[in-house]
Design a protein around this ligand. Structure first.
Ligand code: SIN
Length: 284
């Protein structure tokens, strides 16, 4: 197994590993250590079916059920036979989307941070990818926290933010949710803005997503101004890796340490990815 740095800040490409076969304990221990260090692992040219993706995911933790989405609410499970799998796709079959997030941009976010114990990790496997577009961007939130000006570090010390649960990262209202009229009343979960990684002890910014966020206890205008400054830091290009998808790519990222977003793409092309996410614990 070979590890190649993706950026000077975080991320490894892992070469020489077939994630569809059972992995010896020693290999898994190396992989786990690499993941804790890098927050993002990329495996190219993998051949996984749904069962193999779930089995590989289980090496890193227990699967969490996927988020609500329009496709799931409509009872359309697409091709996924495993309840742990969330289909991300723009494909429409018999008038119904087979997956979530469509073909537009998905804004910066952390997966499912609107629940009390957000997933530790997400795994994403590319079954069909368009020839251009739909790049997925990742930004290290360890780097973002460590690089904050002292005055911003002091401003967020001990503060919590609400992570709104109403909208997907593609801007769609979730099944059963109502439009948010006041950010300080939005549903969701409240988490520390600076969290400590339970495995490494390293601190990271934990912002979730910008839409409808609110810093608990602050007047809305003050919260908006501070959030804008924090988001400008958290999504800096020098903390970012941009993944250009090839069919067979498998990614695993640490939701406690990175945020991600996806570029829009041409809806004339099919895109079909399978995602799993792993149960987490309450951020501290
Ligand atoms: C996601 O936000 O989990 C999906 C990212 C992507 O579609 O590339």
């Amino acid at each position: 197994m070979e590890l190649l740095a993706l950026t000077p800040v975080f991320g490894f490409e892992v070469r020489g590993l077939d994630t569809a076969t059972p992995l010896p304990e020693a290999t898994m221990a190396r992989l786990q250590a690499a993941w804790n260090r890098a927050s993002l692992l990329v495996f190219r040219d993998q051949k996984l079916d749904e069962g193999a993706l779930v089995a590989f995911s289980r090496h890193f933790g227990e699967p969490e059920l996927p988020p609500a989405s329009a496709a799931r609410a409509a009872g359309d499970g697409g091709i996924a036979r495993h309840p742990e799998i969330w289909i991300i796709s723009n494909v429409v079959e018999n008038g119904k989307p087979i997956g979530a997030l469509g073909y537009g941009e998905a804004e910066w976010h952390t997966d499912m941070s609107y629940i009390d114990a957000p997933p530790t990790a997400s795994l994403l496997y590319g079954l069909e990818v368009p020839p251009i577009g739909a790049d997925t961007h990742f930004a290290s939130q360890h780097a973002a926290y460590e690089g904050l000006p002292a005055e911003l570090k002091a401003a967020v010390e001990g503060r919590r933010a609400n992570h709104d649960s109403s909208y997907t990262s593609a801007g769609e209202l979730r099944a059963g949710a109502r439009p948010v009229e006041a950010v300080d009343q939005a549903p969701g979960a409240r988490h520390p803005i600076v969290r400590t990684h339970p495995e490494t002890g390293r601190k990271a910014l934990f912002l979730g997503r910008r839409r409808n966020a609110w810093i608990e206890g602050l007047p809305v205008a003050e919260s908006e101004a501070l959030l804008d400054r924090l988001w400008a830091e958290s999504s800096r290009a020098d903390y970012t890796y941009v993944h250009k998808w090839r069919q067979g790519d498998l990614l695993i990222w640490d939701n406690r340490a990175v945020i991600h977003r996806r570029d829009a793409f041409d809806n004339a092309h099919r895109r079909l990815l399978l995602r799993t996410q792993l149960k987490g614990s309450r951020p501290f």
